[in-house]
Design a binder for this molecule. Structure first.
Ligand code: HEC
Ligand code: HEC
Length: 373
């Protein structure tokens, strides 16, 4: 019988593989388990629904702009990002050459990796609301499958230490989040790269504009590997302020009145130059994960592209969702104005960029696309 020493090098390859699979399966069950929240009303899947691009598709009384907690009253101030492709964000670090912060989890990178991230929501009073690690451990012990699985993966004495139980829980949830279910790479764009899909004229134009640094700015921040490279995640994991306005409609409901400092909210960051910057999000599945930006301020993908164009096109003065001039940025001082410079875009080019982003949708979500071709 396996006795729990994970560095035991007598484990065969087959046993190591088996253990990896056991962790993934256990992590999947935990990901869907509402018993990890105080009132047993929500699981990770509630706010990162695998049927809906791994975001919170509930209305929550705020048109899905933010999430409602397990206490049924707390409305957050940030929108739940997709958990799909999150596994590719490198550990949070400062790149000395680039002089930039890179990677991590959350909009402000305050957790280094998926393990750290998974430990947040259960103990967050505004999310799953559990009191402490002991309470989580007791909930887990209600389930004999957990009791046995944790023992067989981590050793018979695991249940004697609440810290180790909690750590094991975050490790197996992260293992599940690293499975192909979260990153199938089977969108039309991926199928096009493998010769299995022909781009429409509009999608082809959108692709050309998207990847061209001469025509547009998108690739500066939303490309890691390059045009036509397999495994592109559509973010360079840097942090930027693109001038997103505060979401006043959301704040009228959640009562928040403080400025969101973005990256400056990360305890590892103290430089005021980082205020109002957010991690560049992946554009995979973006067409099925509205609303947009860290605070859900825009409903429509087209609005986002028009918003970028306002930096380069003096005719693009009006937010099409409010029919009023674009609202002021929440944080003005740190906007990446240099990186946002590009040629002005015609309506047709904007349509093309939207069409391109639609083909970044995983196959299982294609039915969710509105007027999909
Ligand atoms: C009440 C809703 C809610 C629940 C429950 C919840 N999350 Fe989240 N999740 C969020 C929000 C909101 C954010 C963004 C918060 C921020 O950036 O400050 C987030 C961020 C994340 C991210 C970061 C993605 C990225 O690109 O940075 C991952 C991964 C994630 N959650 C996974 C999980 C897992 C695993 C669980 C279960 C243990 C979970 N979430 C439970 C709402 C929720
Ligand atoms: C200077 C870097 C930068 C450039 C250039 C840039 N983006 Fe972004 N993009 C970001 C950041 C950072 C965010 C998140 C901002 C926030 O939440 O306030 C974002 C958000 C988005 C979103 C919303 C995603 C979501 O899940 O909410 C879309 C869509 C998007 N960008 C598309 C584009 C397109 C198309 C272009 C080119 C026209 C572009 N971006 C150019 C950095 C950039």
């Amino acid at each position: 019988m396996f006795t729990g020493c994970l560095s035991d090098n007598t484990l065969s390859k087959a046993e190591i593989l088996k253990q990896k699979q056991d962790k993934e399966i256990l992590g999947k069950v935990l990901y869907f388990d509402k018993n990890l929240s105080k009132n047993r009303t929500q699981s990770c899947a509630t706010c990162h629904n695998p049927e809906a691009g791994f975001v919170d598709d509930r209305n929550n009384g705020v048109n899905s702009m933010a999430s409602l907690g397990d206490n049924n009253t707390s409305i957050g101030d940030r929108s739940a990002p997709t958990a799909s492709y999150a596994m590719f964000s490198p550990k949070f670090h400062y790149d000395i050459k680039k002089k930039k912060y890179i990677g991590g989890q959350f909009w402000d990178g305050r957790e280094d990796d998926l393990e750290g991230q998974a430990g947040g929501p259960p103990l967050n009073p505004d999310e799953m609301g559990m009191k402490d690690k002991k309470e989580v451990s007791l909930r887990l012990q209600e389930n004999s499958y957990y009791v046995e699985s944790f023992k067989s993966i981590y050793g018979d004495d695991i249940w004697e230490n609440d810290d180790l139980v909690y750590k094991a829980m975050t490790e197996v949830i992260a293992a599940f989040e690293r499975t192909k279910e979260f990153a199938p790479f089977d969108s039309k764009y991926d199928r096009f790269l493998k010769g299995e899909y022909n781009l429409s004229a509009l999608e082809d134009l959108g692709k050309a504009i998207f990847f061209s640094n001469n025509n547009n700015s998108c690739a500066t921040c939303h490309v890691l590997k390059g045009e036509d490279k397999l495994g592109e995640t559509f973010t360079n994991y840097e942090y930027h302020n693109i001038g997103t306005p505060a979401n006043t409609r959301l704040r009228a409901k959640n009562g928040v009145s403080t400025i969101d400092g973005g990256l400056l909210n990360n305890p590892k960051v103290t430089d005021k130059k980082e205020k109002g910057k957010y991690k560049v999000p992946t554009l995979r599945n973006v067409a099925v994960t509205a609303p947009y930006m860290h605070n859900g301020v825009f409903k429509d993908l087209r609005t986002v592209v028009e918003f970028y164009d306002k930096y380069n096109n003096k005719d693009r003065k009006i937010n099409p969702e409010t029919n009023k001039p674009w609202e002021d940025p929440e944080v003005k001082e740190t906007i990446s104005l240099e990186e946002l410079k590009s040629k002005r875009q015609s309506d047709r080019k904007i349509e093309a960029l939207v069409a391109f982003m639609k083909i970044l949708t995983d196959k299982k979500y294609e039915h969710l696309l509105i007027d999909s071709k």
